[in-house]
Write a protein that binds this ligand. Sequence first.
Ligand code: ADP
Ligand code: GLC
Length: 476
Amino acid sequence: MRVLFVTSEAYPLVKTGGLGDVSYALPNALRQLGIDVRLLIPGYPEVLKQLSLIEVHENIRLYPLDEPIHLLAGIMPGEITPVYVIKCPSLYERDGGPYQDTEGKDWVDNALRFGILSKVAALFGHHQLLFKPQIVHCNDWQTGLVPALLTFHPNPNTRTVMSVHNMAYQGLFGSELIDEFGLPPESFSLSGLEYYGKVSFLKAGLSYSDWITTVSPNYAKDIQTPAYGCGLEGLLTQRQTHLTGILNGIDTKVWNPETDQHLSRHYTIKSLAAKARNTQALRSQFKLASSKQIPLIGIIARLIDQKGIDLVVPIIPDIIKAGAQLVILGSGDKNLELSLLQLAKHYPKQLSVTLGYDEKLAHQIEAGANMFLMPSRFEPCGLNQMYSMYYGTIPIVRRTGGLADTVVDASSEHIQNKTATGFVFENSDELFSCIQRALQIFRHKKIWQQLQITGMSRDFSWQKSARQYISLYHQL
Ligand code: ADP
Ligand code: GLC
């Protein structure tokens, strides 16, 4: 089985969030199960720098781009997954992130940048290049045009899977794109890729793919409702027989308290006491008051509406008054960043705020925190709650999407039958009382330890999910 996995980010080359983690771990898991899966990714500077590359196709002309692109190939660092890289300096080689400039503004030519990514994927799908995939596996809006391109210029031997990691990002652009990317005028319709007068890359993927997947079973249901469907719930309901939720896994080579390269103290279920050294290290790094009785709550998130950090900010004084400390790592919304910094100034011994992106610190927080807070408004899957459970760090989450699929609330029944792994609340106004519940149980060391053990013993590996993708590929 030959699969081209098309993505706009992949750890450790380039990562802004969970898609990066998935684009690394899932292909690795698929390869271990015998699938010839290869990645296709744009040639951002950090990608070109980290890979040893050879040229496999030169001077490919792709309308509407007026310069040729080159296709390079390398192998994922430390792994065996082949990676195809699109070399096109004018589109991808610039300072800033994969989607935004250094000021946090979307690149103005994103339609072209990701339209070309989609066009190259379609060339593979048309079997016009050396590698001839049977499945083109697309991820998020950046790859949404692929299913459309393959529908209107079909190859009978190629099927497409569209994986939705987040419905909230759709890739909306002007209608002139239809012509530019060689799509027929009839595609610009309600049953095609039109969305309120714009071209929606994501809708193109959802309308024209052979199968849609999303990253948790619960989110697959959520997105068929107006509350989570972002206006595409009708289309998703219509296609529900071709839509499945496959839960993400975690890469236990990268995220594992026993071997984590970013930790000074490793630990396992059997040596949980050593976790406290990581807590102590975090406290000294951020000059927080030192006490074993005070629980440390971690947050690592993109500071955007989705993650609900704006619900945490106003109750931070109450959380501190209730006897907890917080370590926060994130970046995003400037107002949120500012409010957090102000609070950190006010509570230097109880609250530390690090703005920016820091892979190492993310691992250290997962290991050092006692609890991990994720009050997301919606969450397609969420990886941090799974990392947390695997690190014996008890998640406090809202019952939504993948969070609802992965965290078992510490109700008295679940505590008694030893299935509880965290604290779950429904509505925003229950956030603080849920935190209070966690703080209370923290004092009952035996129960707390059982929550840790249950979470750390769960199988979050990619094996199971990778098998589900493989049976889907075969079915198609
Ligand atoms: P999302 O993809 O919506 O951001 P996930 O929970 O699926 O949410 O994945 C987030 C990933 O990005 C995790 O690996 C998390 O550790 C990482 N991450 C998020 N923000 C930061 C940050 N500021 N620094 C380092 N890692 C971060
Ligand atoms: C998205 C979602 C997140 C998910 C990740 C990987 O960024 O917001 O919930 O875990 O993709 O699938």
